[in-house]
Ligand binder design. Structure first.
Ligand code: FES
Length: 677
């Protein structure tokens, strides 16, 4: 008779096991990570599983609660003392008795302190670098002079197979007190990132310690986003964000590098500022969730190269100019205490590798999250900020570059631009016949032509145009025929609509008339053209490298990507033609990638390897950049067709407006930005 077949979900791993095999052992054998703090004593409750009942024809399994052993003494005791939900079993204390489909639930939460969970619904299979191991230690004996710490080591070897342990120094002074406080029962926090490296004892707690936390953090140049994650359940239990206080030293990255170059204490000042902000966020997420900062034992950080260097205390001056030399491009393992982070004394820090001198650990995290390297199709991943980071490829080959888009997409350099805030215009439509616009502002649900808008917008006012809307307004102006393929505002339309007004030698479009008049000037259109041309030219170079003329999917990472409408991004020619169904915003993918690396060290190895394989393209050195850039100044593009887009949007017939009409400023001035950030 063949052994029962057991399938674990959601991983889908399966195997045959002899009757009587504990479920936990079967999971371990298949490489399915099931938490266990107490080592099968039936007291931590971390190893919970659920039997999925029914016929699973695809797998040839009929799974039933009859196929798992009956409740034993340990489970009964645990269920009496704690809360074991209906249908849940302790995998350490139940055995396989027939074919089974076993679900590893994602909500095994045994810490009552946790009041709230913030989760994004995605599933990250766990294999953390940090594990908690409960052990019971022999009491000291005059006839056996083995030290207290040595007996802890012995117990960890006997019960958990952990050998060759390195012990953090701070524990040497604490071990005796902890053992006595715990009545010779303690929980050891063991950190081991590389399978081949020696494990480290980084924390020791009296009795059963049943929770440990990790931090996943994306240090952006504008904002810092942090997640507090339970390392034992994988749940994100609190998230917080703040603006990067380094802004006071310089709005953009380049000005921060200049600040370091010009001020002897500049680097130090910015390092202190970012670390203080991180400590503030750590305190926030802990307060919000009821967690203790000292229970934070592992941390993962990502950021662009300059943020990465400043956080680590490295002078970023070399990143300010060619050849953009990173002090370190590989991953960094260090101690939180080295970085002045106020968490557990033994907490470890892992920083993802940087891809290149201008494509950072944040882009690596986005790559890890989206996984172009894990699929056969050609995926384009774009993270738009003042410097767009672009990764393109598939499992076959992946290339990366950055493009100097400048701050136009964030609303800077635009006469009526502003950061996204209540009162800012976020959506725009322009009637192609009357050229009349309607808008929506942040904080008000209704469109400006709907009843109730005036009343609702009264308090906020209509204050400016945020980055996502600038894309939309320029694209709508193009679709309505107000601007030509070359991006010139057609002055002849002034005869038809009073929204087109003369502005020196060029024309402007009046988008909003109210307390404040908001106009889109020719220079604004030009700024958007320059930014989008830089982005598109960078993408084209990567496509050339891979010898492809189209991409299969596009992921827009970052806040900008969350708010722009992909259709308008394509109408403007920011991104190449692609089936709109396959263009998606992926939000803070960098933060999510950091979380993946926090919860599963296999992902750390995966991104380290991927980054080594990614071919880095320096756009400034590529001779074709200029041609691509010039073509990309046109809307959507001078040379590239957009057949997929044309299926859903009627693009204007190609037409020209004379340069004379547009005046000198708009007369096709083209420049290549030299600044990198
Ligand atoms: Fe602790 Fe099962 S491993 S209860």
């Amino acid at each position: 008779m063949t052994d029962p077949l057991v399938l674990f979900m959601p991983s889908g791993k399966r195997g045959r096991f002899a009757k009587g095999t504990p479920i936990l052992d079967a999971a371990r054998e298949l490489g399915v990570y099931v938490e266990s703090v107490c080592g099968g004593r039936g007291i931590c409750g971390r190893c919970q599983v659920e039997v999925q009942e029914g016929q699973f024809a695809k797998h040839g399994i009929t799974s039933s609660n009859e196929h798992i052993s009956a409740f034993g003494a340990k489970e009964t005791r645990y269920a009496e003392k704690r809360d074991l939900k209906d249908g849940r079993r302790l995998s350490c204390s139940s055995t396989i008795e027939g074919d089974l489909v076993i679900d590893i639930p994602q909500d095994v939460q045994v810490n009552a302190q946790v009041v709230r969970k913030v989760d994004d619904g995605r599933f990250i299979e766990r294999n953390p670098a940090l594990t908690l191991c409960y052990v019971e230690i022999e009491e000291p004996d005059m006839h056996k002079p083995l030290g207290d710490l040595d007996r802890v080591k012995q117990a960890l070897e006997d019960d958990w197979g952990i050998t060759d342990l390195i012990v953090d120094h701070h524990l040497l002074t604490e071990v005796q007190g902890i053992l006595r406080k715990g009545d010779w029962k303690v929980t050891a926090a063991i950190h081991r990132d590389l399978e081949t490296s020696r494990p480290s004892l980084i924390g020791l707690y009296p009795g059963l310690k049943n929770e440990a936390y990790g931090i996943a953090c994306d240090i952006g140049s504008t904002t810092i986003a942090m997640h507090l994650v339970s390392l034992l359940s994988g749940l994100t239990i609190a998230s917080s964000g703040t603006s990067n206080p380094q802004i006071r030293f310089g709005e953009d990255l380049m000005s921060r590098v200049s600040y370091v170059m010009m001020n002897p204490d500049g680097r130090e000042g910015m390092t202190v500022a970012v670390r203080e902000a991180l400590n503030g966020l750590i305190a926030n997420v802990c307060e919000e969730s009821g967690a203790d900062v000292h229970d934070i034992l592992d941390m993962v950080f990502v950021g662009n190269p300059i943020m990465h260097h400043l956080f680590l205390g490295i002078d970023p001056t070399e990143l300010g100019g060619a050849p953009f030399a990173l002090a370190v491009s590989g991953c960094v393992h260090t101690w939180a205490s080295e970085l002045d982070l106020e968490v557990s004394e033994g907490a470890r820090v892992y920083v993802l590798p940087c891809i290149a001198g201008h494509v950072g650990a944040d882009a690596a995290a986005v790559t890890l999250c989206e996984g172009p390297h894990r699929q056969d199709k050609k995926m384009l991943v774009v993270d738009v900020g003042t410097n767009a980071e672009i990764v393109l490829g598939s499992s076959e080959r992946t290339v990366a570059a950055s493009s100097p888009t400048g701050p136009a997409f964030e609303g800077a350099e635009i006469s009526c631009g502003q950061r996204a805030a209540p009162g800012a215009i976020e959506r725009v439509r322009i009637d192609p016949v009357t050229l009349e616009p309607k808008v929506r502002i942040i904080g008000v649900e209704k469109w400006s032509d709907e009843e109730g808008f005036e009343e609702k917008s009264e308090k906020l006012g209509v204050t400016g145009v945020c980055g996502s809307a600038i894309i939309e307004v320029v694209a709508e102006m193009f679709l309505a025929g107000i601007i030509s393929e070359d991006g010139v505002i057609d002055g002849t339309l002034a005869a038809k609509s009073d929204r087109i007004i003369e502005d020196g030698r060029t024309f402007s479009y009046v988008l909003w008339r109210g307390k404040q008049e908001l106009t889109i000037k020719q220079t604004d259109v030009r700024a958007i053209q320059l930014a989008k041309a830089a982005l598109y030219a960078g993408i084209k170079l990567l496509m050339d490298k891979l010898e492809i003329t189209e991409v299969d999917s596009i992921s827009f990472a970052g806040a900008f990507g969350t708010f722009i409408d992909p259709k308008y991004a394509m109408v403007l020619g920011l991104i190449p033609d692609c089936d709109l169904e396959n263009v998606k915003a992926v939000g803070n993918a960098a933060g999510y990638g950091a979380k993946m690396a926090l919860l599963n060290r296999d992902y750390r190895r995966e991104i380290e390897q991927t980054v080594r394989n990614i071919e880095k393209i320096e756009t400034a050195l590529e001779p074709d950049f200029q041609d691509h850039f010039v073509n990309a100044m046109a809307l959507p593009n001078k040379s590239d067709a957009f057949p997929q887009l044309s299926k859903v949007v009627t693009l204007p017939e190609k037409q020209q407006v004379s340069d004379a009409n547009a005046g000198n400023e708009a007369g096709g001035r083209r420049r290549r930005r030299r600044s990198r950030v």
